[in-house]
Every structure is written in C-alpha cells, then in structure tokens.
Design a protein around this ligand. Structure first.
Ligand SMILES: *[C@@H]1O[C@H](CO)[C@@H](O)[C@H](O)[C@H]1NC(C)=O
Ligand SMILES: *[C@@H]1O[C@H](CO)[C@@H](O)[C@H](O)[C@H]1NC(C)=O
Ligand SMILES: *[C@@H]1O[C@H](CO)[C@@H](O)[C@H](O)[C@H]1NC(C)=O
Ligand SMILES: *[C@@H]1O[C@H](CO)[C@@H](O)[C@H](O)[C@H]1NC(C)=O
Ligand SMILES: *[C@@H]1O[C@H](CO)[C@@H](O)[C@H](O)[C@H]1NC(C)=O
Length: 860
C-alpha cells in the first residue's frame, strides 16, 4: 500500500512538474518584442539558430552587452545565480547549516570583498559594459510573469546580478586555475614523511623525472623571442617550513580542494593548437580548441555571437556563464583559444601565530581581522567568522572532509594563502575589447598583454597569417625562490612575492619556425625560459599525441584542412600507453614465470595476450582498453601504501597526472634493469606482497592476473569481448543543483557510454579515486576555426544552450557531441537572419508610454 502511495505521489509530482515545465518553457520564449527602459542600450536584436544559439546585434558595445546579459539569463539564470551565491559565501542562506563549510571557505578567501574593491576602481568603459550585462540579466528576470521552475523547486529568491557578482565569477576562475594550493600540501606531506627528493620525483617536478617531455615553447622558440636563459640546476626550490613531529603526524593533506571539487566545475585541462598556413591546404592558419571541465548540465560554456554595428565588430565563440563578452572564439581578424597554463599562482606559508599576532623576520606583527556574518536558513543567529590576514593573505587552518560530521578539520597549524585573485584590478572587459577591435598582429598581442588574470595559455591565429602562443595573466615573482613546491616558512619574508611578471616576461612565441603550436596543459616552456617559471611543471600525454599527429603529417609534406582538426579532436590514442606496452611485454616475458604462481601466470598471460595487437585506442567499444586500464587501476592502487594519509589523498597522488610519469619511468627502467634492487622498493611494499622478493614486479604482474577476476565480476561474464570500455566508463552529466535528488535526478541528469581516458586527446577522465571507472569529465566545448575567408568554422557543446529541462535545447547538442559531431559556427551581419529559427528584439520604450514589459508575440 505504502509503495503504491509513494509511486502515486511520485507520478503526480512528475506530472505537475511537466505541466509547470511546459508553462515555464512558454515563458522562455525566444520570439517577439520585449520593451525595456534603458535608453542607452537602444534596440537589441537576438536571432537564434536551430540549436537556439544566440546571435546578438546592437548598435554599440553597451547594447550588445545588455543583449548578452539578457540571453545568458534566458538560458542560464539559475546556474549563474547558484554559482554567484557560492562565490559570495551565501549558500547557508539557501541550504541551512549544510552550506556553512562552503561559506566559511569562500568568506575566508573574500571574493566578495575583493570584488567590491575592484568595482570601486574600475575604469569607465569597463564598468559600463559590465553594468550593461547586469542590466540585461536582471531585465530578463523582471520581465517574467512567473518564477522559473528551478527557483520554484529549490524555493530560493532571485537577487539582482551586479558588477560585483560578475567580478566574483571572474575570481572563481582565478581560484580554479591556481593549482599550487592543492599540490603543495601533498608534496609537503610526502617530503615530511620521506624526502624532498622523493616528493619532487613523484610529482615529476623536474625535467629528468618526466616520462616524456613535450613543451609548448622549445629552445629555438625561446631564442627567437629573446627569452632564452640557460637553466642551472639546484638551489632553486623553495625552503620547506619546519614542522613539529606532532604536526607531521597530524592529518595533513589537501586542505581546501574538496570544497571546490564538490561544487564546481574544475577547469583543469584543455587542448588548443594552431597550424601555420605553410602547412594548410588554404594557406591560412587553422586553430582548434577544446577546454575540459568537470561535466555539468547545463555546461559552463555558452555559445554566442556579438555583432556591434557602429564598430563593425563580429565576435563569435563561447563565454563562461556569468562573465560578459566572449572568452574563446574569433573575430574577422583574429581567433584565439585557451587552456590552463599551470603557472604557480598560489602559495601556502606556515605561520607562527600567538594571540592575534604572527612572527615575521623576528617581529610579532598584528593580524588584520575582518568579521563576516553568515546568515543561516532556519536559524535566527548568524554564524560569525573572523578572517585573519597576514600581509600575504588569509589564514587557512582547516581542511575539508565532506565525510566527517564536522567537515572542517583542524590542520594542526595555520597557513596563509597568497594567491593572484587578490590582485585588485580587473581587465575582464577591456582586454577582450582590445581583441574584438584588433586589426593587426601587434594589437592582438596588446590585448593578451593587458590581461591581469586568470593566468591562461592562449593560441591565436590571424586572417593575415600569423600564429602564436601567449601565456597571459600576471605570474608572481618570488624574492628568493623560483620553484615554490612546498608549504613555505612564514616566519621570514625570504620567499614572499615581490612583484608580477610584465608582458615582455610572459612566455610566448610568434610564428615559430616549426610552423605550429600545441598547448594541452603541458609544461609551457623548456627549463631555459628566462625567470625559469616553468621548470617544475609536467608535460602531458595529450600534448605529446597532438604534436606527434601534426609532425607526422608535416614530415610527409601533407597539408591540413578543417576536417583534420576535427579528427584530431576525436583522437582516442593513449600515447603513453603506446610507449609503455612494449616495456610491459618485455618484463612479462622475462619475469612473470618466476614472480607469479603457475595459476596466476596463466591468468595474467591470458590478459596480456589480448593487448598484443591492440592499437592503443581507448574507444568505447574496445575490450582491450578495459584490460589495460583495469591493469593500471589495480597496479596504481598497490603503490605507496607506506604514505601515511587518507586513502582518498593517496589515490589523488598515485592515480593523478603527475605520478604516471613516475611509475611509467620506473617500468621503463625495470624492463632494462640489471640491478635487482630496483625491483623491490619502499613505495611498492604492501601487506599482500611482504613475502615477495621483488615487490614492484609482483604488483605489476599480479595486476594482470587480478584484472581478469575484477572485470569478470564487473561485467558478469568472463567473455572478454563483452568487456567494452564504454559500458563501465559511462560519462555523466550531473545537473548543477538536482544531481542527487530522487526523481529530479532522473529528469535532469544525462549519461552516455564513453571513449577515452585522462591521456587521450578526446578526453574523459575516469574517477578512479572514487573507485569507479565512470567519468564526469570531458571536452565540454569544441571549436575548430579556419582563417581562410572561404573557410568554415564549427563548434559544439556537450549539453545544450538551455538550462530548462523542458526545452528541446536542453540536450540537443549532447546527442551530436557524443558522436564527435559539430554544428556550423556561422557569423557576420549578413548571416544574422539566415538559417535562424527564432528572432526577438529588445526595444527601448520611454517609461510613460510603456504599458507593460510583457512579450509581444504578434510578430510571429
Ligand atoms: C606512518 O605511521 C606509522 C604509524 O604511526 C609509523 O610507524 C611510520 O613510521 C609512519 N611512516 C612514515 C613514512 O612517516
Ligand atoms: C625545526 O623545529 C625544531 C623543533 O622546534 C627545532 O629543533 C629545529 O632546529 C628546527 N629546524 C629548523 C631548520 O629550523
Ligand atoms: C613559411 O614559409 C616561408 C617560405 O618558405 C618561410 O619563409 C617562413 O619562415 C615560413 N613560416 C613559418 C612560420 O613556418
Ligand atoms: C582534474 O581534476 C580532477 C578532480 O576534479 C582530477 O581527478 C584530475 O586528475 C585532474 N586532471 C588533470 C589533468 O589535472
Ligand atoms: C506588437 O507588435 C506589433 C507588430 O510589431 C505592433 O503592431 C503592436 O503595436 C505591438 N503591440 C504592443 C502592445 O506593443
């Protein structure tokens, strides 16, 4: 009975939702005339193609920004609202006490305080364009006659979007792109328990410890740009803070990352490359870009075009929701695509605190204290937070563990966080406007040089044939430290930041002789870059593979076209896998029979035999991919058991992109090794192998035997042909807010059988740490651009333009994206009404003649 009742309620709920949904969708209409009261913005037109991608046309930049704010609100009102609340530290006011850890984190960083300070000092055009975006955004909400469904379901109240909120959204990007505050605690923990040398090796933090080194800018490029300075090894690493025994034993680990991983997209990867006209069929450059974020539905990217009549500007590309203008895209003259640069833009300093003072250079200085009052839904009293600052930044004294009853866990010491998001200046709009307006190569470079942050890598191409790379955004320069790898000693100013890089010091190369540039989050320059800013970074297998594909074709004298660019974005070869397999075979042939029992050997042999004629493509229908990646999973789980930390944090390291350099290097060495001591090392020891003479070889070989049982269990069959990678490697698209709520999650979430892994160009990272092969990560936006006048451009996002689950545009691109399809990216004034499905105008009407803000649908 109860079940029937429950079912009935559920059905009713779904039905009610459907009715409301259709009604709401009616309101998110893309047609007709809407009247606004901002004379300044005049008439704005928005046409939308069959995927409802908005093309916005206005007389001037203010009108265009107004229209963009309006369009973003039409499609992403709730997403932007939530993201902003998070950045403001106001989640508790929506969710009650459960939101407190997030709010404490974001209030400690003080994005809102920083943003207010910045907005007060913004230049006129910068502020007015941002204000126009906000006006358009708010105008949309206030023109609705009913609340959007997502607001109804979650019972939250809309608040007007302000320029402070736009800057908060910008600073969220600074935060997500500054990785060192995540890695420093893990490295420090490793160095505390073992040695600094081991910590650096396991993090591949030097050229020698990389499996393959592929840099964006090579020595020849550096010399061409006058940025070459020979690197001298040694005494460049930061001095680690001194920890007491008690602090070492304390649960020291990643302090703040989980807050972010839990709630936000983590834009930690991307591919972008550009090929010079010397190597293309048309003689003009080709550019490709696919940024990778954690999947969400709707995705973070919004495709759009801005047409600005009085300046003749045609700009098309993707924006990050909640941020004005276009972040990755093109104009008639220039195209640009970004990836994460991975420069060191954040540092932790261990502080010596007594009462409200901290010790620095022998003196006790006052901490600056700011009180924050956090409203909690359902409670009459707010939570009062005291944020304490050293001259470097706010004190962080906790780590976050979402599984604990009190998720904020005392670190056992205080560290101040110094990060580039504190820079009290934003060029969010002015730098993009410089790109919009650029008519020659020099002006494009000025646009990049103008950017304060976030720190990104950009590749660009121009209509007159230039290509290049620019590492933009200000990178901190330390007083006496070059590679700041560990948590540093705060009692001295010796390792403080003293300034930021100037445009002439930023890593860059223009029209390199090699004829192309590849960026895929790999080390941005060889160690010989002046200032040595890249010397402790890792290369990536994606950059290795893309470079391989381009060089191969150039060597053969073949020319590229746009279809080649698409094919490369769809490439599923695991390039490190390709290199490592021969070593695995060699070790297996020479050692498996001595290390494994007969029965284990036979199992392992069955598995490894399947890999013999495999092309190393991680395709959704490949069973070899399942065997290989299953082997790697079991192997990496067996490593570093002597590292005293949580299992989750150990896997963050051993299953992460740095550590694969370390263990692949070791495997290579074992296959060539005559010194048997190398087969048995401290980081291979486990309970299971304690009686084994060669602990490392045992782990490696037994993992092949174990993968058979593991996958038989996983698939429910021992027929390997049925072990298709896509079946266990589903790619998930969880909804921004309702991903885990019963019933709603079935309506809002999406899932697909997927190709790829962390190393493939067509990326899709399995969440091994969570003990699953599933993914929630991929190339959320793909764009390929041809600088030839006759050329065609293409784009695609992984969900759809609309966040409204009842809209046909909620997931219409999802279906194309999963098969590596694209949508035409047509731009320009003459295309504005061509091939369009919807058309809407926002018209100015003086307040006295305006009888209502309602839609006027009679046009259709
Ligand atoms: C890990 O912890 C155990 C028990 O507390 C201790 O015996 C061991 O020495 C620690 N290992 C390291 C590398 O610190
Ligand atoms: C580290 O701290 C310990 C205990 O406080 C002290 O004995 C030692 O001298 C310190 N080492 C350094 C290098 O400062
Ligand atoms: C393109 O080819 C021309 C003619 O061979 C050569 O002078 C130029 O350096 C090449 N440029 C690049 C970037 O490859
Ligand atoms: C991206 O972040 C996720 C955590 O959200 C992590 O598992 C993954 O290893 C990261 N990937 C890269 C390429 O840094
Ligand atoms: C609606 O639009 C039509 C055609 O553009 C126009 O004739 C009519 O006056 C408009 N109605 C209102 C209420 O603005």
């Amino acid at each position: 009975m109860r079940l029937a009742k429950k079912l009935c309620t559920s059905l009713l709920l779904v039905l009610a939702l459907l009715i409301v949904g259709v009604y709401i969708w009616e309101c998110r209409n893309y047609n007709g005339v809407v009247y606004h009261s901002h004379q300044k913005y005049g008439k704005v037109e928005i046409s939308r193609d069959q995927y409802a991608i908005p093309h916005i046309k206005a007389k001037n930049v203010y009108g265009a920004s107004f229209g963009q704010g309006y369009a973003h609100a039409q499609d992403r009102l709730f997403q932007i609202f939530l993201k902003t609340k998070l950045g403001r530290g106001e989640i508790s006011s929506l969710k009650g006490e459960a939101g407190l850890p997030y709010d404490i984190f974001f209030r400690t960083l003080g994005l809102q305080r920083i943003a207010e300070d910045i907005v007060a000092k913004l230049e006129k055009e910068e502020l007015e364009v941002i204000q126009a975006y906000c006006d358009g955004f708010n105008f949309y909400y206030h023109s609705l006659s009913v609340k959007p469904l997502e607001f109804v379901i979650s019972g939250v109240t809309f608040q007007d979007f302000t320029p402070v909120d736009a800057i908060i959204n910008e600073r969220i990007m600074f935060l997500l792109l500054g990785y060192e505050y995540i890695w420093e605690p893990i490295r420090t923990n490793l160095a505390n328990q073992f040695t600094e040398d081991i910590a650096i090796k396991m993090f591949a933090g030097s050229s020698e410890s990389q499996f393959v080194e592929v840099t964006v800018v090579d020595d020849e490029d550096l010399k061409q740009e006058n940025l070459y300075q020979k690197y001298i090894k040694g005494k460049t690493f930061s001095k680690r803070a001194n920890f007491t025994e008690q602090q070492k034993q304390a649960y020291l680990s990643t302090s703040i990352q989980d807050v972010l991983f839990e709630l936000l997209s983590v834009p930690n990867g991307s591919n972008a490359w550009v090929i010079h006209g010397n190597h293309t069929k048309s003689g003009k450059p080709l550019l490709a870009n696919d940024p990778h974020l954690s999947n969400t539905i709707p995705c973070t990217w919004v495709q759009n075009e801005m047409l600005i009549e009085d300046e003749g500007i045609v700009a098309i590309g993707s924006s990050i929701s909640g941020i004005p203008l276009i972040q990755n895209g093109r104009t008639d003259y220039a195209a640009w695509g970004t990836t994460v640069l991975f420069a060191d833009t954040s540092d932790l300093y261990k502080e010596d605190i007594k009462d409200n003072t901290y010790l620095v250079d022998g003196q006790w200085k006052e901490l600056k204290i700011i009180k924050e009052s956090i409203k909690i839904k359902g409670k009459s009293e707010p939570h009062i937070l005291e944020v304490k600052y050293t001259h470097r930044g706010p004190l962080v004294s906790y780590k976050f563990d979402k599984f604990a009853t009190n998720p904020l866990i005392d670190l056992g010491f205080s560290a101040s966080l110094c990060w580039n998001g504190e820079i009290r200046k934003s060029t969010l709009v002015s730098s993009v406007l410089k790109l919009y307006r650029a008519k020659n190569h020099q002006q494009v470079l000025e646009g990049f040089g103008h950017i304060v942050g976030p720190v990104l890598s950009v590749v660009y191409a121009t209509a007159d044939g230039n290509i290049g790379f620019y590492g933009y955004g200000r990178i901190p320069v330390h007083k006496n430290t070059i590679h700041s790898q560990f948590i540093k000693d705060g009692t001295t100013t010796e390792q403080d930041w003293v300034r930021f890089t100037q445009p002439s010091e930023q890593p860059q190369v223009h029209n390199p002789r090699k004829g192309f540039v590849v960026t895929a989050n790999n080390k941005f320059a060889t160690d010989n870059l002046k200032g040595y800013l890249s010397a402790n970074l890792i290369s990536t297998p994606r950059a290795y593979r893309i470079t391989q594909m381009i060089e191969e074709k150039i060597k053969k004298g073949l020319k590229f076209d746009i279809e080649d660019m698409k094919r490369m974005q769809a490439d599923t070869v695991d390039s490190y896998g390709q290199d490592i397999l021969p070593y695995l075979f060699k070790i297996f042939n020479s050692k498996a029979q001595t290390v494994l029992s007969q029965q284990e050997y036979e199992k392992a042999l069955r598995m490894i035999n399947h890999l013999k004629d495999w092309d190393c493509r991680i395709d959704a229908n490949s069973y070899q991919a399942t065997i290989f990646l299953g082997w790697e999973y079991i192997f990496s789980k067996s490593l570093l058991h002597s590292f005293n930390t949580t299992e989750f944090d150990r896997y963050t390291l051993t299953m992460g992109p740095q550590f694969e350099h370390f263990y692949f290097n070791q495997i290579k060495k074992w296959s060539q090794q005559v010194n048997e001591k190398d087969f048995d090392q401290f980081w291979c020891k486990t309970e299971e192998n304690k009686n084994q003479k060669y602990s490392c070889l045992y782990n490696l070989l037994i993992a092949f035997a174990q993968v058979e049982d593991y996958m038989t269990n996983e698939f429910g069959t021992s027929d390997v042909k049925e072990w298709e990678w896509g079946i266990i490697h589903k790619n998930n698209y969880p909804h921004t807010a309702f991903a885990k709520i019963p019933i709603l999650k079935d309506i809002y979430n999406r899932q697909v059988d997927s190709f790829g892994n962390r190393r493939t160009v067509a990326v899709s990272i399995q969440n091994w740490r969570g003990g699953t092969f599933e993914s929630a990560y991929g190339a959320n936006y793909r764009m390929v651009v041809d600088m030839d006048k006759q050329g065609k451009d293409y784009w695609i996002v992984d969900t759809g333009i609309s966040e409204s689950v009842f809209s046909p545009h909620y997931d219409d691109q999802f279906k194309i994206h999963k098969d590596f399809g694209y949508v035409n990216m047509e731009r320009g004034f003459s295309y504005f009404r061509q091939n369009k499905k919807y058309y809407q105008t926002l018209e100015y009407l003086a307040p006295q003649t305006q009888n209502s803000n309602k839609q006027n649908n009679s046009e259709l």
